[in-house]
Design a protein around this ligand. Structure first.
Ligand SMILES: *Cc1c(COP(=O)(O)O)cnc(C)c1O
Ligand code: SF4
Length: 451
């Protein structure tokens, strides 16, 4: 891993139509390159020069976690889906036909997990606010339309990048207006979480439109904390180093923290190798100097980080660099999940084995946690209750705040990888299920009565 400080490179990204120009592609077999093309037509694919030149160990690319994180391989699609796209590419060069086949396959990969569309999107005066998800009472998730792409794409992700119109600044202002209006009517919301894609893909002039309204003490909202969910530190740390835009972003962050609002980067790091370059370390130092906090999170991913030592090393490295470990997630039930998924019992073992190795300062991390339809459910572990082997669980967040923090039990199941595969250990239904069902019914009837 290169540790010397080097001049800031210009950002250069490659996608499906250009990736063969990446010099390191010569190391791959033609079959591997073609496989990238087949899978890359279905799953997100884009990689930049920082990831290529500073994160991937090309001498061992086949087992390299960062290679697997950004380069698709044939096993990421189910054999029948792979065969279908392979056949299509061999038969035609027609982009429309290829897109149609890709779309059809994607629909079978559960593109909107956890009730995101049905349950989370709020309304103002009958207008659906599609950029907002309000699932947990205190925290609003906001997807700025200009932040829907990323500096590189993760193969495990299923947030399809969308193009937005030309007048991004105007759009950002309009969006922010609606957002502030919603927050004025919802004083229970103290936290806003900007997410995407990656909000840190935005140019400064666009980004500041979203943030500046919250600097006004008299804006009528109850926002006390702003979080920015971002992979930029791992995929393009140069965003915060040595140029005019970088300095403007840092100055804005400093204005936020000085205004008394808590500002946190929810920084996605999937592997300790992402913490080791001179660039990321410098970016972290500069960001921390603005007074913002950096909290870290990642899903547990087979073939990338399903290894307790990697997690322990990552958490230690984060704490050493002044970042706060926050979440270990279970890989979502979407996209290439069959490739990345780790059974819940195994996930808990990895968590525990890593947690045992580190000091209390790293144990701010919570997990393994599933962002499921009813809420964030943590696997507490395997136990025995009344002579029965069970999995103990609890809500870290719930659609109903009253669900949070009560231990509940599922039948022990070594293979289950998600909440919906678990069975209650002692009852017919988990304690929250009836209420969740009711929430669905209410949504459906309110939609029907609107028509
Ligand atoms: C994780 C998450 C949040 C934030 O939850 P915290 O426990 O406050 O970190 C908010 N909304 C949604 C939909 C989430 O998945
Ligand atoms: S950085 Fe996040 S949103 Fe972007 S591709 Fe990766 S997982 Fe998806």
């Amino acid at each position: 891993m290169e540790m010397t400080t080097q001049a800031k490179p210009a950002y250069k990204a490659y996608a499906l139509n250009t990736f063969r120009n990446i010099p390191q592609m010569e190391r791959l077999t033609e079959t591997e390159r073609f496989d990238i093309e087949v899978v890359g037509n279905v799953l997100p694919f884009k990689v930049n020069n920082y990831v290529i030149d500073e994160l991937i160990d090309w001498d061992h690319y086949q087992g390299d976690p960062l290679f697997n994180l950004v380069f698709p391989n044939r096993h990421m699609l189910r054999p029948e889906h792979f065969a279908e796209m392979e056949r299509t590419l061999k038969e035609t060069g027609d982009r429309n036909v290829i897109r149609e086949v890709a779309h059809k396959i994607r629909l079978q990969l559960n593109p909107h997990p956890a009730g995101q569309v049905e349950l989370n999107v709020p309304e103002i005066e009958g207008v659906k606010l599609t950029g907002i998800q309000h699932k947990y009472r205190e925290t609003l998730l906001f997807f700025p339309s200009s932040g829907q792409t990323c500096h590189s794409y993760c193969t495990f992700c299923f947030r399809w990048p969308q193009f937005v119109g030309m007048n991004e600044i105007k759009f950002a202002m309009r969006e922010t207006e609606l957002l502030v209006k919603y927050l004025q009517e919802h004083q229970e919301v103290t936290d806003i979480l900007f997410t995407g894609g990656d909000p840190m893909i935005m140019k400064y002039e666009v980004f500041r439109q979203y943030i500046e309204p919250f600097l006004d003490k008299d804006n009528g909202t109850n926002i006390q904390s702003i979080r920015i969910g971002t992979k930029s530190l791992a995929f393009w740390p140069y965003k915060f180093i040595d140029d005019e835009e970088a300095d403007k972003f840092l100055a804005l962050f400093e204005r936020v923290t000085k205004s008394g609002i808590n500002l946190a980067f929810m920084s996605h790091f999937n592997h300790p190798n992402e913490m080791k370059t001179a660039a990321v370390q410098k970016a972290i130092r500069r960001l921390r100097n603005t007074g913002l906090q950096i909290r870290t999170q990642s899903p547990l991913l087979h073939n990338i980080n399903d290894d307790a030592n990697a997690w322990a090393e990552m958490w230690r490295e984060q704490v050493n660099q002044n970042c706060i470990p926050y979440y270990m997630f279970v890989a979502r039930d979407t996209g290439a999940r069959h490739y990345f998924e780790v059974p819940l019992v195994r996930a808990w073992e990895i968590f525990r084995e890593a947690y045992q190795q580190v000091s209390g300062l790293c144990r701010t991390v919570r997990g393994p946690s599933m962002s499921a339809t009813p809420g964030k459910v943590q696997v507490l572990g395997v136990s025995e209750v009344a002579g029965k082997k069970v999995l103990a669980l609890r809500f870290l967040q719930g659609r109903n705040p009253d669900w949070v923090g009560r231990p509940f039990f599922a039948e022990y199941d070594e293979k289950a990888t998600w909440l919906d595969e678990l069975k209650p250990a002692f009852e017919d239904k988990f304690f929250y299920e009836e209420e969740l069902e009711q929430m669905y019914q209410e949504k459906v009837s309110s939609v029907l009565s609107d028509n």
